[in-house]
Design a protein around this ligand. Structure first.
Ligand code: COD
Length: 298
């Protein structure tokens, strides 16, 4: 059981992981800081794609001692994305990271039919939180990529996240499918999808995890709350992964954990040819760093 994001570094060290990372639009001090920390720890070798003068000036200003970082000069952000995605497509880099470029911009490159990073499965986002108020790390999906997933999408999203958690050594993660309530209400699609996902899991149509839902947020994460409501569940109160109904719920939950609960977070896009680090400008440098760590584990 992982309690802290820093526990993940142990996995990288034990498995001697070192990967090549392309930073798309590299003239971004926050991303470069996280990249440098991961580079110093030996987890990655960076390829910095962006405006050379601006990138080098940030490197100099911050005294980042990159010895073998390759810088590819490309002042146009759109072309930077294309170059970085193509390098990942060709297998030249094993992690793609968003620098100083808007998220949908990068995602459109990633989804490009000719040179993008599609694998035939849905791409989805997983965020892993360390919150003092919970007894272990807890993941949430999908808060950043799929806007309004249907049942088929949710199956793919769960499969992506479960496979990642399995790789982290969590053999059978407990998955709570969130609704506003823990009963099935035929007018609430999220509760219907939750019930179907649970049944599919019982019948082994979704493997390597234990799924229960619908669960409301309180009983998903609190034994006491589940007990009060007399919910019998192998997941309630001990959830490893929360599946949210849509991007709005997920994004608000993500930001409330970070801003209200002061949780630390790492996140990555799964299901593409390579993991994609897609942190937002408001994420801390620490969060960007742990996101690289999470991506290196994928
Ligand atoms: N996985 C695989 N293929 C996909 C996915 C996915 N998750 N999403 C779309 N596609 C494919 C479709 O099958 C289609 O072939 C093509 O991509 C275009 O699909 P559209 O038209 O539905 O998608 P776009 O290009 O309009 O938008 C895709 C985005 C990922 C850009 C869009 O879904 C989006 O904006 N998501 C939210 C991103 C965001 O703002 N996140 C920030 C929150 S912090």
């Amino acid at each position: 059981m992982y309690k802290k994001l820093s526990d993940l570094e142990r996995l990288l060290i034990n498995n001697k992981v070192s990967k090549t990372l392309a930073l798309a639009v590299s003239q971004d001090a926050f991303s470069l800081n996280a990249v440098y920390k991961a580079y110093k720890s030996g987890y990655i070798t960076p390829v910095l794609i962006g405006d050379r003068i601006m990138t080098e000036s940030i490197i100099k200003e911050n005294k980042f001692d990159f010895k073998d970082a390759r810088i590819i000069h490309e002042p146009d952000p759109e072309k930077c994305v294309e170059l970085a995605v193509k390098m990942a497509h060709e297998g030249e880099v094993q992690i793609l990271m968003k620098g100083n470029v808007p998220t949908p911009f990068l995602l459109k490159g990633v989804l490009n039919k000719d040179w993008g990073l599609r694998t035939g499965t849905l791409l989805s986002h997983i965020a892993l939180f360390e919150a003092d108020t919970y007894h272990k790390l807890i993941a949430i999906t999908d808060v950043a990529m799929n806007i309004a997933p249907n049942l088929k999408d949710k199956i793919a999203i769960v499969n992506n996240s479960v496979a990642h958690l399995n790789k982290m050594g969590i053999a059978s993660p407990k998955v709570a499918v969130l609704g506003a309530i823990e009963m099935v209400n035929e007018s609430m699609q999220a509760t219907l999808d939750a019930a179907l996902l649970s049944k599919m899991n019982q019948r082994d149509q979704i493997k390597n995890c234990i799924i229960d839902g619908p669960l409301a947020f309180d009983n998903a994460i609190s034994f006491e709350s589940a007990k009060l409501k007399k919910i019998k569940s192998a997941v309630a109160g001990d959830t490893d992964l929360l599946l949210v109904p849509d991007i709005e719920v997920g994004n608000v939950l993500y930001k409330s954990l970070v801003f209200f609960a002061k949780a630390k977070v790492a996140s990555v896009i799964l299901g593409a040819k390579v993991p994609i680090v897609l942190t937002s400008r408001s994420d801390s440098e620490e969060s960007k760093y742990y996101s690289i760590v999470l991506a290196a584990l994928a």
